[in-house]
Write a protein that binds this ligand. Structure first.
Ligand SMILES: [Zn+2]
Length: 615
């Protein structure tokens, strides 16, 4: 008897230990970097002091850094991936060949630590492609802190993807993924993914960065400039004179608090404009002094203020005092407090790319789900809110602002190339199924969630999700649980089927027959994925009514999405039943048409069987 009690006690203690391990924690970094940039040779040298706090319950014997620029070398993993994928990114190809494979030694990118110490003692380190593996001199205990001092040298590659020198539009330096960046360690362990042109994940912390560069270059990027009065270049207080530094270079001093990355760009021909958002951040615009784009870039500025307010109102307040829109890179890419976009675009496209990249601030930057594992939570949610903005403010006014994504998703399903959204971003067979899964299917996750729980609940879910999980790397379960708490509807089935499988939705109307003075409607579930159904009935006199068949496993109901129409809630549809009947209390002759989901927010892969017409 005693023995039993004792073993029970052991068991209970063991369990509580397990519970502690699953409670939330995150690592912390504080970088101090001093970088010298040679704009002629495109080489740079730097020192980096990294204070790393291990808030995990684990002792760490190793740490990993990303050395992203090493990807831009012939024979790298990125190069081999480019050569072997069926649908390579056009930007990275020339004459059907990998541009990386053709790089000369003075055109490649590299990032090499030349010395590294931990608390003053040398540690052993080795480069494995784009990842630096560091075996620590002494383990960092749970709750412990280590200071890493590194000296590094780098070379900026010719612009091939995202970062690099001399972009197609003539921007001199697009400096993203440019410094040795500590990999994230979280409840899943290390995330030292090799860089093969896709997604990122970083540790939150504070960046203190000094960049010494040719004094003719204007610099923009993450972080607040600390010495604006010595720098000028449009950063000085309006109407004041700057204290000119002597010599051929300027040292720019930036501080970026509570970010997980630091990007910068520089060009000798940048125009630098600013615009203060009312009750919001200061916006900076840096773009080439090019007559062909100037007018669009001026018109972009009030639109950027408008979208900043739209996202702040609909998702949550933007928590920084600055945001910069910078011409650079090779398309559009989001970074902490800034974006790099190509600038030679029509006005609508310029606003569209800015809206998308700025919207990333909420999802990629501030929520920061692991983009490599849950790419749909970043690209998809970003697409959702930026399309809402474009629809409301750029005159698109579509009934379904997400229409294009539903079309894309349908295309993917029909292609037979769909992979579940749980696929690691690097491991899709081709780029197309990745893009549609991340952007379109990710956007539909939210749009369709609105169909399931109601539009008001959806927007409240988004706000609560942002508020509860900002700066916390949320996982898919977090958005699901938030929606459940807001709506009172159970959604595990939705998260699982939509994101972890390639099950599709297909409901159809099989028969509409007279049943005396009433009408019997027969429906079928053809697809494996369950859904609740909104059914619109149009009568011969053109009046309309809706019927709502909740899914039994939802254990709840949404509000009437068509408050101007009478809604009848019919019996729950249990998923395992392939067919379902309900009765309309009017004769068959009085019915003109019946439509499943008139909103088309439910991603039914076959719309042909969704409508019935009385002929
Ligand atoms: Zn994006």
């Amino acid at each position: 008897m005693k023995k039993t009690i004792l073993s029970l006690l052991v068991l209970v203690t063991g369990l509580s230990g397990f519970a502690q391990n699953t409670s939330y924690w995150q690592q912390h970094v504080a970088y101090t970097m001093d970088v010298d940039m040679d704009v002629k040779s495109h080489e740079y040298t730097g020192t980096q002091k990294l204070v790393y706090t291990n808030n995990s319950p684990d002792a760490l014997n190793k740490v990993y850094y990303h050395l992203y620029f090493n990807a831009f070398q012939p024979g790298s993993e990125m190069d081999r991936r480019l050569q072997s994928i069926a649908d390579p990114d056009d930007r990275m190809m020339a004459d059907g060949k990998s541009r990386i494979s053709a790089l000369q030694p003075d055109e490649i990118g590299y990032l090499h630590p030349t010395s590294l110490t931990q608390n003053g003692k040398p540690v052993s380190f080795s480069e494995e492609g784009t990842v630096l593996v560091v075996t620590l001199a002494e383990a960092i205990p749970p709750g412990g802190t280590a200071t890493f001092d590194m000296v590094f040298k780098g070379q900026i590659p010719i612009q091939i993807r995202r970062s690099g020198r001399d972009s197609e539009e003539g921007v001199a330096l697009s400096m993203s993924q440019w410094y040795p960046k500590l990999a994230e360690y979280d409840f899943e362990g290390w995330h030292a993914d090799p860089y093969i042109a896709r997604e990122f994940q970083g540790v939150w912390g504070d960046f203190d960065v000094k960049i010494t560069i040719d004094k003719n270059y204007t610099v923009g990027g993450s972080g607040y400039l600390q010495n604006a009065q010595e720098i000028g270049h449009g950063y000085e207080a309006p109407g004041t004179k700057i204290k000119k530094q002597k010599g051929k270079t300027l040292t720019w001093h930036f501080k970026a608090p509570r970010v997980h990355d630091f990007m910068w760009a520089a060009d000798p021909e940048y125009i630098h404009d600013t615009l203060q958002v009312e009750n919001g951040p200061m916006l900076h615009f840096l773009y080439k002094d090019n007559a062909a784009i100037k007018e669009n870039w001026k018109k972009l500025q009030p639109k950027t203020a408008e979208m900043m307010q739209f996202f702040s109102k609909n998702v949550g307040t933007y928590p920084y005092d600055q945001y910069s829109v910078i011409q650079g890179g090779d398309g559009g890419m989001e970074y902490a407090m800034a974006t790099l976009i190509t600038g030679e675009r029509k006005f609508g496209s310029l606003v569209g790319v800015t809206a998308h990249e700025m919207a990333h601030s909420w999802f990629q930057h501030i929520l920061a789900s692991n983009e490599a594992k849950h790419e749909w939570m970043d690209e998809g949610f970003t697409s959702f809110i930026s399309h809402l903005y474009m629809n409301e403010y750029m005159g698109e006014k579509k009934t379904n602002p997400f229409e294009g994504s539903y079309k894309g998703y349908n295309y993917l399903v029909k292609s037979g190339k769909e992979q579940p959204q749980t696929t690691h971003a690097d491991r899709y067979a081709e780029n197309m199924p990745y893009s549609i899964a991340a952007y379109s299917k990710g956007e539909i996750f939210l749009a369709q969630l609105g169909y399931i729980i109601g539009q008001e609940n959806l927007m409240e879910t988004l706000k609560k999700y942002f508020n509860d999980f900002k700066f916390k790397h949320p996982t898919p379960n977090d958005i699901k649980r938030t929606a459940e708490k807001v709506s009172g509807i159970e959604l595990d089935w939705y998260l699982m089927d939509w994101t972890q499988t390639t099950n599709t939705i297909d409901y159809g109307i099989t028969a509409v027959v007279a049943d005396g003075e009433q009408t019997k409607v027969s429906l079928e579930r053809i697809g494996l994925m369950p859904m609740p159904l909104d059914i619109l009935v149009v009568y011969a006199d053109d009046t309309q009514e809706t019927f709502y068949a909740p899914l039994r496993m939802m254990r709840g109901e949404k509000e009437n999405p068509y408050p101007n129409l009478t809604r009848t809630v019919v019996e729950d549809w249990p998923w395992a039943f392939p067919t379902y009947d309900f009765t309309i209390a009017k004769p068959l002759t009085a019915i003109k048409a019946i439509v499943i989901d008139p909103s088309q927010l439910m991603a039914d892969v076959n719309l042909e069987n969704n409508a019935w017409e009385n002929k």
